[in-house]
Ligand binder design. Structure first.
Ligand code: SF4
Length: 366
C-alpha cells in the first residue's frame, strides 16, 4: 500500500499490527487528502474480519407514529399532533404490516406525548404473538430515556419488560452526535446525552439485548466531534460489549436545510472507512443504502463496510427528512449492490446468524 500522504504510513503499520488507533490518528484520517489510502486501510481491516462477505437482512421498518414532543433541527420526520402529515398507527395496523418471509422488524418512532409505556409493551407482545418467527429490533435509547422522563419507567425495567414481550435487539438511533455544543445548537438537548445514551445501551447489553450505534454526520459538526463520537462508542463497547453494528447516517437536507446540500459521497466513504479503523471492537460497519444511495453503498463495500442493512419495505424517518432513495428495495437490488462490488451476499438475521450464503456470481444457482 503506497500513500500520497506520509502521515498515513505509521497508521498503516498500526492497522497491520492490529493496534488501536488514537484521537490524533482519527483526525488525520478525516483530514488527509489521501482518501484512497484511508479506504485501502479500512478495506484491509474489513477483509481481515469478513473476507468478501457482505451481510443483508430481509426486514421491515415499522414506524408507529411521527408525533413527537421534540423538534430536533435536523429532523424532517416529526410532526406535532394535529399538524398536517401527523399519523398514529394502532397496534393492529402495525401487526398487519409484517408479512410472511420477513426476518427482522425494526420499530422506531417519535416521542409521543401521551402513549404510555404499556402501549409499546403491548405493541411488541402483539407483533411477537402474531409473528413469533420474526425478530423484533426496537426503540432507540432516546425513546427509552423519554419513557423515564415522561412516565418514570427505569430503563432497566422498560427493557426487561420489552424483552419479556419479545424484543431481541435495539437499533442505534438517537445518538446524533455526542456534542453538548451541537445538542444546544440543533435543539436536541431534550434527549439522552452521550452518557445517558451509552448507559442505556450498557443496561441493554447486561440484559442480553444486542444493540447498534449510529452517528448523524454531514451537517454542521466538526471532524473532531466525529472522532470524539466514535471514540465514545468504542469506550462503551469496551465496557459492555453488546454492540453489533455501527451505522453512519448521512444527514438528509430535505426541508430542514442545515447545510445547502447533502455531504458528498467521498465524505461518506471516508466516514465509513474511519469508523472501520477506529471501531476495532465493533464486528460490523454498515453502508446504509437509504441515506447513501445504492451506488455509494456499493462503493462503500471497498471502504470498510460489510453490511447493507435490508429491504426495509417502508422506511419513513429518512424519507420524510428528504431521502431520495426508494422507501424499500427488493432482495435482488441488495444482491446488485453487493455483487457490483465483487462481494459475496450473506443473508443474516437480526443477530447476524447466517441464514444463507448466496453465490457471488448471479449465474450460479446457490
Ligand atoms: S429526531 Fe426523533 S426526537 Fe428529534 S424531533 Fe425527530 S422524531 Fe423527535
Amino acid at each position: 500500500m503506497r500513500f500520497a500522504d506520509a502521515r498515513l504510513e505509521p497508521i498503516r503499520e498500526k492497522v497491520e499490527a492490529g493496534e488501536r488507533l488514537g484521537r490524533a490518528e482519527g483526525l488525520t484520517l478525516f483530514e488527509t487528502d489521501d482518501l484512497l489510502g484511508v479506504g485501502g486501510m479500512a478495506d484491509l481491516a474489513k477483509t481481515r474480519r469478513e473476507g468478501d462477505r457482505v451481510y443483508f437482512v430481509i426486514n421491515r421498518h415499522v414506524t408507529p407514529t411521527n408525533v413527537c414532543v421534540l423538534s430536533c433541527s435536523f429532523c424532517g420526520f416529526a410532526r406535532k399532533r394535529g399538524e398536517e402529515g401527523a399519523y398514529e398507527h394502532t397496534i393492529e395496523d402495525l401487526v398487519g404490516m409484517v408479512r410472511d418471509g420477513v426476518r427482522e422488524v425494526h420499530v422506531v418512532g417519535g416521542h409521543h406525548p401521551d402513549w404510555p409505556f404499556e402501549y409499546y409493551e403491548r405493541m411488541i407482545a402483539a407483533v411477537h404473538a402474531a409473528h413469533p418467527e420474526v425478530q423484533i429490533k426496537g426503540f432507540t435509547a432516546a425513546e427509552v430515556d423519554y419513557w423515564w422522563r415522561r412516565w418514570r419507567i427505569e430503563p432497566k425495567e422498560a427493557l426487561g419488560r420489552l424483552k419479556a414481550a419479545g424484543l431481541v435487539s435495539m437499533p442505534g438511533g438517537g445518538a446524533e452526535i455526542f456534542s453538548p455544543r451541537l445538542a444546544k445548537l440543533l435543539k436536541y438537548s431534550g434527549k439522552a446525552d452521550a452518557d445517558r445514551w451509552c448507559e442505556i445501551h450498557g443496561i441493554a447489553h447486561a440484559l442480553g439485548l444486542r444493540t447498534n450505534a449510529t452517528m448523524l454526520y454531514g451537517h454542521v459538526e466538526t471532524l473532531a466531534e466525529r472522532v470524539d463520537h466514535l471514540l465514545r462508542l468504542r469506550e462503551q463497547q469496551d465496557a459492555s460489549g453488546g454492540f453489533l453494528t455501527f451505522v453512519p447516517l448521512a444527514y438528509q437536507v430535505g426541508a430542514t436545510r442545515l447545510v445547502p446540500r447533502q455531504t458528498p459521497p467521498t465524505d461518506s466513504l471516508r466516514t465509513i472507512a474511519v469508523a472501520r479503523l477506529l471501531l476495532d471492537n465493533f464486528a460490523h460497519v454498515e453502508a446504509y443504502w437509504v441515506t447513501l444511495g445504492e451506488a455509494t453503498a456499493s462503493l462503500a463495500l471497498h471502504f470498510g463496510a460489510d453490511d447493507v442493512n435490508g429491504t426495509l419495505e417502508d422506511e419513513r424517518i429518512q424519507h420524510l427528512s428528504g431521502a431520495q432513495t426508494p422507501a424499500g428495495v427488493a432482495r435482488e437490488q441488495l444482491f446488485r449492490m453487493i455483487r457490483d462490488a465483487g462481494k459475496v451476499p450473506v443473508e443474516r438475521d437480526a443477530l447476524y446468524n447466517v441464514v444463507r450464503v448466496w453465490p457471488r456470481d448471479p449465474e450460479v444457482t446457490g
